[in-house]
Design a protein around this ligand. Structure first.
Ligand SMILES: *Cc1c(COP(=O)(O)O)cnc(C)c1O
Length: 361
């Protein structure tokens, strides 16, 4: 380090987060299937609510987010006082690390886990610990084997990104049973709604003091640009997080848009049904083309090619057809592409482009 200004230990080990590509040179309107966004956009009622809220931008927003928390609690059957809202679920996941982990502590996540978990651990000055997965699935026993007295947080996305695989209730309960009282089990539910029959971990949170669930408006709700997420935990954990949360972390626009979105159940139902249909089509179509994929419980599919050169060639071919997908080498899958489930026409375009790629190859 050439400067006298030295950041906290661990921070220079953080590599900048790489988001999904959003542009193709020479293409004005690419089909973006690289960031697991809702292909139907946001609910029109959310857009209207944001526009209406704009008239009062001279006023500071609420600090306790009471109306949004009440709406979330009502829709999900939860206790409003145990909900915390953040600037995306990212913020809630970060606050958990900052509040509960520090130098000498360990933060545990899995081999193909979301890349931000390592960043959260290092930001807090804690030591990241990685548990292996089994055939692209979170392996509960491997996690349990790596829990030590120093483990403070365990981050698991269920369903997981970028694999799309999910753990059932029994496996989650077995894991929760093995987590000591001094450690938090964080269930990142960014894609929970897409996993049929899964409550995002709400019942585990209700039953235990050391389980936290996070959810987001960025994926199913189509509001990634608004930046709203939330967490559900024991009263003690919520009280701790609120002490370090910025009092005005969510803007008026964000609060208004998210509240309208969570109340628009018709829009949510339509999007979920479309996703299930198109995900099945995409999965089936890929397999027919000889591209392997696991059964996804989310709004994307991990398409596994023969090797890295083939995956890169497929990505280049898709790009030449105006389609952006996600390279996932950084997640330990150099041979794969993560493809967001789009609308019916989008899925058709992807499958046709890949069929074309197969013929050319
Ligand atoms: C997208 C995503 C998130 C959340 O992002 P926010 O926009 O900050 O709510 C969290 N975890 C995983 C695994 C994701 O893919």
């Amino acid at each position: 380090m050439t400067t006298a200004l030295c950041p906290q230990p661990g921070i220079m080990e953080i590599a900048l987060y790489q988001g999904g590509a959003s542009a193709i040179a020479g293409q004005s309107d690419p089909l973006k299937l690289s960031s697991n966004e809702n292909p139907f956009g946001p609910s029109p009622t959310a857009v209207t609510a944001v526009a209406e809220a704009a008239a009062n931008l001279h006023r500071y927003p609420s600090t306790d987010h009471a109306p949004l928390r009440a709406a979330i609690a009502e829709v999900h059957g939860l206790q409003a006082e145990r909900i915390i809202c953040g600037v995306g679920s990212d913020e809630v996941l970060t606050l958990l690390a900052l509040a509960f982990a520090g130098p000498g502590d360990e933060v545990l996540y899995t081999e193909h886990g979301f890349s931000l978990y390592r960043i959260f651990a290092l930001s807090a000055g804690a030591t990241p610990v990685v548990a292996p997965e089994a055939d692209r699935c979170v392996d509960v026993d491997a996690i349990i084997a790596r829990i030590t007295e120093a483990t403070r947080l365990i981050y698991i996305a269920n369903p997981a990104n970028p694999t799309g695989t999910g753990l059932d209730g029994e496996a989650l309960e077995r894991l929760a049973d093995a987590v000591p009282a001094s450690c938090l089990l964080v269930l990142d539910g960014a894609y929970a709604e897409f996993f049929e029959g899964y409550d995002g971990g709400a019942s585990l949170v209700t039953a235990r003091d050391n389980v936290v669930m996070t959810r987001t408006f960025s994926k199913l709700y189509g509001l990634g640009g608004l930046r709203v997420g939330w967490g559900y935990a024991s009263q003690h954990v919520i009280d701790v997080l609120n002490r370090i949360r910025g009092p005005f972390n969510l803007s008026k626009l964000a609060l208004a848009g998210a509240e309208a979105a969570v109340r628009d159940r018709q829009f949510v139902e339509t999007c979920l049904q479309q996703n299930a249909e198109q995900r099945a089509r995409l999965t089936g179509g890929l397999r027919q083309l000889g591209v392997n994929c696991d059964e996804s419980q989310a709004n994307f599919v991990l398409a596994r090619f023969a090797d890295e050169p083939e995956a890169l060639a497929a990505e280049t071919h898709l790009r030449s057809k105006g389609i952006l997908v996600r390279l996932v080498k950084g997640y330990g899958f150099p041979e794969a592409l993560r493809i967001t489930v789009g609308q019916a026409d989008d899925v058709t375009r992807v499958l046709e482009a890949l069929a074309d790629f197969r013929r050319a190859g």
